[in-house]
Unconditional design. Structure first.
Length: 374
């Protein structure tokens, strides 16, 4: 049987919930049944070697901002290769060109997948998003979103289906040996209280809030540290601010890591103070490992799956939150698989739905037969 050709994109350099979802989906596609090409606009995409080792193909396209003509030409060339599926994962609707080109190339299943619910940036990015959203509403495509808020943000009142970011419950389990291993590698004491965070080092993730929280926590528990996973444009600013606050020795920037579950094991609590999130994949990952989780109430309601994910307003007193976080010290790490499964975030139910759509597209032969929702 001829393989079903799938085009995914657009993969960037630093990890994000959007990219994790895309690559988890890639991992679930049997290479004997699917031929997968992943579009990227960087020479060093996230998990490049892993993708190639697993039989995936990476196709570079020039960034639209730097080379709009080259971007369009590269997309047209790729789409001429005869794909059955074009599934593009979005943070905003500022660039919708690939969807129009895929429709013209008669790709049977063209899908836009929203992973955010706000625009980062000022007037111009927001204007481009509003223009692109009107296009996505009109085009004969399938529309997916990681949450209701993300779907409304990307597609307005057009129909869409919510496909929650799936968690691999076998992978995201607490392992005591990994806690000891990571703590040893990072020179963290056995009894040190570690509050953690995972996410891009960008303004929207609100790392200044975490530094202020750590300062307040150390007034009550001197032996505590902040462990940050991820990279981004704010790394130096975070380091500078930590120095100014006298916290430099207590902030660990681990960078991008291949196995975040091992680092969650090394943490004692997880705090996410984002200004906004499409869903917050990392909060669910951390919760799956049994970590006490504290998240800003800016997250969508789909994340409110259990009382042990506690929500706070961003204007909360750092003193109050510090007390709540430290009150979890010594809490037993519990298996959260049942709660994840009950909320529909397990990989099994989600991957079956996507695979069925891909198989259908691979056999329907004509574009435009299915669009809107799944």
């Amino acid at each position: 049987m001829e393989k079903i050709k799938v085009l995914l994109g657009i993969l960037g350099k630093n990890p994000s919930g959007r990219f994790y979802y895309m690559l988890n989906l890639f991992d679930e596609l049997d290479p004997d049944l699917f031929s997968v090409t992943i579009l990227t606009d960087t020479e060093t995409p996230f998990r490049k070697e892993e993708i190639l080792q697993k039989g995936g193909r990476l196709q570079y396209i020039p960034p639209r901002k730097k080379d709009p003509r080259g971007h369009r030409a590269a997309l047209k060339k790729v789409l001429s290769e005869g794909y059955s599926v074009c599934h593009i994962h979005l943070a905003t609707a500022s660039n919708t060109e690939i969807f129009s080109l895929a429709i013209r190339a008669k790709v049977p299943l063209v899908a836009a997948h929203s992973h955010s619910n706000q625009v980062e940036g000022g007037f111009v990015p927001k204007l481009l998003h509003r223009i692109g959203r009107q296009k996505l509403k009109r085009l004969p495509i399938m529309r997916f979103a990681c949450s209701k808020a993300a779907g409304t943000f990307m597609f307005g009142n057009a129909p869409f289906s919510v496909l929650p970011n799936a968690i691999d419950l076998g992978r995201f389990q607490y392992r005591e040996e990994k806690r000891a291993e990571i703590r040893s590698a990072l020179s963290i004491g056995k009894d040190t209280f570690v509050v953690g965070h995972a996410g891009r080092l960008e303004p929207v993730k609100n790392h200044g809030f975490l530094l202020e929280l750590l300062k307040e926590m150390k007034k009550r528990e001197p032996d505590c540290k902040l462990l940050l996973l991820g990279e981004g444009s704010q790394r130096e600013a975070i380091v500078t601010r930590a120095r100014e606050m006298g916290l430099f020795e207590d902030v660990i920037l681990a960078g991008n890591v291949d196995r975040p579950e091992d680092y969650y094991a090394a943490m004692d609590a997880f705090v996410l103070p984002s200004l906004f999130e499409g869903l917050s994949y990392v909060t669910l990952e951390a919760f799956a490992t049994g970590l006490p989780c504290f998240a800003a109430d800016t997250l969508p309601p789909e994340v409110r799956i259990h009382p042990d994910i506690r929500f706070f307003p961003l204007n909360i007193s750092k003193e109050e939150l510090a007390k709540e976080v430290l009150a979890t010290k010594g809490m037993e790490r519990k298996d959260r698989g049942e709660a994840i499964w009950a909320a529909g975030f397990d990989t099994e139910s989600n991957r079956k739905r996507i695979k069925l759509l891909y198989f259908t597209a691979g056999n329907c032969g004509e574009p435009g037969e299915k669009h809107g929702t799944a």
